[in-house]
Design a protein around this ligand. Structure first.
Ligand code: NOJ
Length: 870
């Protein structure tokens, strides 16, 4: 019998439970990525037509340097935003201002701190995803941001237990993520701000994402780690949400730090040229993550359109693009059509969303909170000072939406004896736990939120933003109790166990209620919080919360546990503990944290959220983990579990979770009935064939090198990235030794005659046949309880093949239902929802295996089923 050992020792699949053999063989150490050239030039198809027309009209008039300027960041901390490109002042075209984050505008004041992506995942609510995107878009726009660096679908959440950035995204399920990703993008882009879908792709752990960072942690690696992923898993899991993003019209995509199959994600021609620009027909532009560009010519020919932050290493004054791109075009290693395509894509993204008319110039600066300061922060005040922060308040009343999402994303996991909602008549309400209180250093007291002090409202890193206030649970619950002149006490020092014990005993004696708040944090790899290098090192609660819970629940027989965490934590013992009467998972709710949890605890909001990931018993249950010590000089992350992550893995290996994917209780009850399947009459799927038109070029490039040298009348800011040459001799300019070296040019990369269309391809999201609706499935949901409530009916499909997951999510809808009322919910099933990626055909294929649908309230509570007659 063969067995497949995963990269960490305690999970071995026997034959019968193995993932598809291709997943195993396609995820080996030192796996390679196939070359795909040339880089597809945009066609401006569909909704991009008008934007392309405008962009082309501009690009036709641009000089070589002006085109290069659009593609290149000006260098770390040289302008206001975390990334900023050069513009074309002559034509009144400003550079792009690219600013984090996926939860609000980073590095500035008077902005909102929105709930994290994982909370939006828990709402299972497409409307709220859109509304949050739109609200963040308005705030970005009014600060002068042209590109918001979010939302996130990579990390998807392979190691759902511990990775640093899962919480920035929505869920390890690609379907749920895809829908919420797309609606977030639509929301952001409805305001004139471009969204950036990141990180493409395989950025599933923080450890070893960058060489210098890893060396700082004492790991001697030579390149970032490689996510080794087979083609089927790549398409069905990790790229899936990016297809939704492209279909939603996302303007930009950020490629990630890691390697994929041992080729840098930002110069991986298979991922960029083939999958993204050809199969998915992406018309926008690809920017690198910050310092993730590994070369000039090879990266550009592989499909990279913009380098961020422009310099090779932060602040070093050199660039793979900038003057080196100017040289590369002049010596022919980068053809003009490729540069023109980059410039058109970048400008088209801007026109697509109306950024040219909607967005003001940046009125803030990321590098200081002060009103006045150095204009080019990296080089200091000698190079100009002035008004850098206008402190524009852009928040409107977004606090209301933040509170709504906070409550709508709170998952009720346990509610014994109907203890919740609280009726606010408890004789004594006691709140315990550091996670209920304030950070004594201020709620923005840790730079980038890289600490876990006080209540946890966001993770750390570039995925967070400052918060204008932070309503702590302590403050909100006290307000709740005091408004009725009740009795309230709280202890937020987790080491005060003597006092905690005494208070818990007293609460119990008088028949009161004990609320314990706990947390577990993670974030971006650049910060190490308590030995967690971005990724968590274990699944336990932080701040010593386990001791607080043990002490309180030992005597207080009405203990309610609230968890603020970035993902799964070990809580089986709390589920089993009879003194713990209720458990709520509140994720990372943002600035209105306390109000949102109080809304749920006191029943103003009936919880309707569902877990967007699985809570297992212990970390080995997950079948995937973070690689914490390098297994090679170039660490190899072998995704040998294939598509079996999160609930698919639990189902496959028959492991009972503590709380399953999709689970969440309500203060009312629901019943499911009358599942009907309607087959629609649609045309057969037609694989795409044919080839593109030849690559267009716009305008003429002057080959006289003397016209491309640094202009005499311009002050040169040190270390700033400009497009001009410093010598008319190309081989001397910037010592660009590799440029003009034709061995760097992969076969076919300069071919401008045509590229062929893969069968699954089509503009803006792939072959249109994949999006045809084949079935409508309908179900009735009745609120059988006595209060109004939200339910999220979920539809799962069994694709039926021997290597298919038992079930995969393919439909959900959050609905609000009055007591006694029945609503009908319709799930449209698209062809791609029923299809699998066929590696031989290189296309999506609906297999001949029987397809069944299951409908219910969680991945393990599916009372209704039907067969789909495909
Ligand atoms: C690196 C992060 O990975 C990315 O998400 C972020 O947008 C950039 N830094 C810019 O801050």
């Amino acid at each position: 019998m063969t067995s497949y050992t995963l990269q960490f020792p305690d999970v071995t699949y026997p034959d019968a439970l193995s993932p598809h053999p291709n997943a195993v063989s396609g995820a080996q150490s030192n796996q390679t990525s196939p070359p795909r050239y040339p880089s597809p030039w945009g066609s401006g198809a569909g909704e991009w037509a008008e934007a392309y027309k405008k962009a082309i009209e501009v690009v036709e008039q641009l000089t070589l340097e002006e085109k290069v300027n659009l593609t290149t960041g000006t260098g770390w901390q040289q302008e206001q935003c975390v990334g900023q490109t050069g513009g074309v002042p002559r034509l009144g075209i400003r550079g792009h201002c690219l600013q984090d984050s996926p939860v609000g505008v980073r590095y500035t004041d008077f902005v909102s701190l929105f709930p994290a992506g994982i909370n939006v995942g828990a709402t299972w609510d497409k409307r709220l995803a859109y509304e949050r995107g739109r609200a963040m878009g308005f705030e970005s726009r009014d600060k002068g941001v042209t590109v918001q660096l979010g939302p996130v679908a990579g990390a998807l959440g392979r190691a759902s237990l511990a990775t640093g950035r899962n919480w920035e995204g929505f869920s390890p399920d690609p379907y749920l993520t895809g829908k919420l990703f797309a609606d977030s993008i639509r929301g952001i882009q409805s305001t004139g701000v471009q969204a950036c879908a990141k990180h493409y792709v395989g950025n599933e752990q923080e450890h070893f994402r960058q060489v210098p960072e890893s060396r700082d942690y004492g790991f001697n690696i030579t390149q970032p780690g490689s996510s080794n992923i087979d083609d089927q898993t790549l398409h069905e899991l990790y790229v899936w949400p990016f297809a939704d993003a492209v279909k939603a019209g996302v303007a930009s995509v950020m490629c990630s730090y890691n390697l994929v199959n041992n080729s840098q994600a930002c110069q991986n021609s298979y991922l960029l040229n083939h999958v993204l620009k050809s199969e998915l027909g992406f018309q926008g532009y690809v920017m690198s993550d910050w310092q993730a560009t590994a070369s000039g010519v090879p990266a550009i020919l592989a499909g990279l359109d913009m380098t961020m932050a422009g310099d090779i290493r932060f602040g070093d004054g050199s660039s793979y693009f900038g003057p080196n791109l100017t040289i590369a075009v002049l010596n022919g290693t980068v053809p003009q059509w490729r540069l023109d395509d980059m410039a058109v894509r970048i400008l088209a993204g801007w026109y697509l969303v109306g950024g040219d008319t909607e967005v003001p110039n940046p009125n803030f600066q990321s590098w200081t909170p002060d009103t006045f300061g150095a204009v080019h922060a990296h080089v200091g005040s000698a190079w100009g000072t002035g008004l850098v922060n206008q402190h524009v308040d852009v928040r409107r009343e977004h606090g209301r939406l933040i509170r709504e999402i906070g409550a709508a994303s709170t998952v009720l996991l346990k509610n014994d004896r109907g203890i919740l909602p609280l009726n606010n008549t408890a004789r004594l309400t006691a709140v315990f736990g550091e996670d209920a209180g304030n950070n004594p250093n201020g709620h923005n007291g840790c730079r980038n939120h890289a600490c876990d002090i006080g209540t946890l409202a966001t993770g750390w890193g570039s995925g967070q933003a400052s918060s204008p206030y932070l309503v702590s649970p302590d403050a909100a619950i006290q307000h709740e109790v005091v408004s009725r002149f009740g009795s309230y006490e709280s202890i937020t020092n987790n080491s005060a166990l003597t006092q905690i014990n005494a208070l818990a005993r007293r609460v119990n004696d008088v028949g009161g209620v004990c609320l314990v708040f706990s947390s577990a944090d993670s974030g971006e790899g650049f910060a190490n919080v308590d030995g967690n290098y971005g990724d968590r090192k274990n699944l336990t609660l932080w701040q010593g919360a386990d001791a607080v819970i043990a002490n309180v629940s030992a005597t207080c027989n009405n203990t309610i546990l609230v968890i603020h965490s970035v993902g799964a934590v070990e809580i089986e013992q709390y589920k089993e503990n009879p003194n713990i009467t209720a458990i709520l998972w509140a994720g990372l709710p943002g600035e209105q944290s306390g109000n949102a949890i109080a809304d749920v605890l006191y029943g103003r909001v009936n919880p309707g959220a569902k877990l967007p990931f699985t809570m297992g018993r212990k970390r080995s249950d997950y079948g995937t983990d973070v690689l914490y010590t390098p297994n090679q000089e170039v660490p190899q992350f072998n995704f040998q579990e294939g598509v079996f992550i999160d609930y698919r893995g639990f189902d496959h290996r028959n492991i009972t979770p503590v709380y399953e994917f999709g689970f969440g209780l309500s203060y009312t009850t629901f019943e499911y009935s009358d599942l009907v399947v309607e087959k629609l009459d649609v045309a057969d799927y037609k694989p795409t064939t044919g080839t593109s038109r030849p690559a267009p070029t716009y305008g003429k490039i002057d080959n006289d090198t003397s016209t491309h040298t640094f202009p005499q009348n311009l002050t040169r800011i040190p270390l700033y990235i400009y497009p001009w040459l410093n010598s008319t001799n190309l081989s001397e300019s910037y010592g660009a030794a590799n440029y003009g070296n034709n061995s760097l040019i992969p076969q076919n990369a300069l071919n401008n005659s045509s590229y062929s269309y893969p069968p699954s391809s089509g503009p803006n999201g792939g072959n249109q046949g994949l999006w045809d609706i084949l079935f409508h499935t309908r179900v009735n949901v009745t609120n059988t309880g006595s209060v109004l409530g939200d339910e999220v009916p979920q539809l799962y499909i069994s694709l039926g093949g021997p290597y298919d997951p038992k079930i995969v999510l393919r439909g959900f809808e959050r609905v609000r239902i009055n007591p006694g009322e029945t609503v009908q919910v319709t799930f449209p099933l698209a062809r791609r929802d029923l299809a699998s990626w066929d590696t031989e055909k290189q296309d999506w294929v609906v297999s001949g295996y029987e397809k069944k649908v299951f409908v219910g309230s969680s991945s393990r509570d599916l009372p209704l089923k039907a067969v789909l007659k495909v």
